[in-house]
Design a protein around this ligand. Structure first.
Ligand code: SF4
Ligand code: SF4
Length: 375
């Protein structure tokens, strides 16, 4: 949030490299947006020159294209295919290893990752909200996932307000964006000449103190707030409510499930890019000599054929039941598990669906509410 306080400062564009240097001096490795294979992805970031300045991301159902930003801003692109999820919940990892000694005894060894201190530059409000949901799952009291916790504890998050939402974004309707409201160490709102910056943690304040920045003016803070309001108003997609649990659970036999199943490829792309999905599979990977094995975990998807296989039969044998599981878990079951919906309105599942299936349109068809705001 960008309010008029003595701690709200202004960082001119030509001091951005200084901010990254101050973060590095604190011992964090920087990860930030980079253009790779035509998309903006999170990758190691050596210098601010590597940031994708002057780009926007045009997105639509089944489409993602980079285009030019006339204002030459650093963060005019809306989110890319990755969120924070791969940085804390690894796509593939070893959870533990076991070795057989010469006497046949088995020795088990935990495989906790040696997580580096990592600063992520350019985190969006929807990504912070998704991280809070992943925390609720992986850091549940008494059930902490040590692999997730090790990486999570090392994160320093530099959030950025979205000024140019993609056509697929609907975070305003879920209440999660486009201005970062919580969970960041630093939050930036980019204006034409630089950034309004606020700290959200002691670590963030310590980094800012090294830069000796002037306080942001009331005009700059006002511009940041207006920009956030305008970005929210510009979003055309939306969900028809924040709690659709009962509405959806009353429609488990709706014909729309058949209609979407006829188009869905069950590829799982939507669950891979979704920043809140946490389903995974575990399996043993024995060495060929039989002397050792490791227990591996990797991302799984409710669209996979084996995901619903339980004790000799499949509880979700077709795409209709798998799509219904995805949507009703996300928008209904999460209310029972976590007290809110599991959708933060990032729109990734819309842009990265090869069949162009629009999550908001499917919800609208199921609930009878319009999926696009009246012009
Ligand atoms: S909804 Fe789209 S992305 Fe998801 S499984 Fe179906 S075809 Fe793949
Ligand atoms: S369901 Fe779609 S829009 Fe919602 S958080 Fe997941 S990827 Fe983003």
């Amino acid at each position: 949030m960008f309010n008029e306080t003595e701690h709200t400062v202004f960082l001119p564009h030509d001091r951005l490299a200084g901010l990254l240097a101050a973060i590095r001096a604190g011992g964090w490795q920087c990860v930030g947006p980079r253009v790779e294979q035509g998309a903006i992805v999170m990758a190691p970031l050596a210098e601010s020159e590597g940031l994708p300045r002057g780009l926007q991301a045009d997105q639509a159902p089944g489409q993602y294209r980079l285009g030019a930003d006339a204002k030459q801003r650093y963060f005019a692109w809306a989110n890319g295919p990755q969120a924070l999820k791969p940085l804390v919940f690894a796509p593939q990892e070893t959870l533990w290893r076991v070795a057989r000694g010469t006497d046949g005894a088995l020795t088990f060894e935990a495989a906790v990752p040696d997580a580096p201190k990592r600063a992520v530059i350019g985190v969006r409000a929807c990504d912070l909200a998704a991280l809070a949901l992943q925390d609720a799952h992986f850091l549940r009291k008494g059930w902490d996932d040590v692999h997730y916790a090790a990486r999570r504890a090392q994160l320093f998050l530099v959030a950025v307000q979205c000024a140019v939402p993609a056509a697929t974004c609907f975070c305003a309707s879920t209440g999660d964006g486009p201005t970062p409201g919580m969970g960041y160490d630093l939050a930036l709102a980019e204006l034409d000449a630089g950034f309004v910056v606020v700290a959200g943690s002691a670590a963030g304040r310590a980094v800012l103190q090294q830069l000796d920045l002037a306080a942001a003016t009331p005009a700059q803070i006002g511009a940041a707030r207006e920009q956030g309001d305008a970005a929210a108003a510009a979003q055309t997609r939306r969900l028809p409510g924040r709690d659709l649990r009962d509405t959806l659970m009353a429609r488990l036999k709706h014909p729309q499930w058949d209609a979407v199943a006829a188009r869905c490829l069950a590829c799982g792309s939507c669950t891979a890019v979704c920043p809140t999905c946490f389903c995974h599979a575990e399996h043993e990977a024995p060495a060929l000599d039989g002397a050792s094995s490791h227990h591996a975990r990797e991302w799984d998807s409710c669209f996979g054929e084996t995901h619903g296989h339980l004790h000799g039969f499949n509880v979700r044998p077709d795409i209709r039941t798998r799509y219904r599981q995805w949507l009703t878990h996300k928008l209904a079951g999460w209310h029972d598990q976590f007290g809110r919906s599991g959708c933060v309105g990032c729109g990734r599942c819309i842009a990265w669906c090869p069949a162009g299936i629009d999550f908001t349109a499917e919800v609208a068809a199921l609930t009878g509410a319009p999926d696009v705001k009246e012009a």
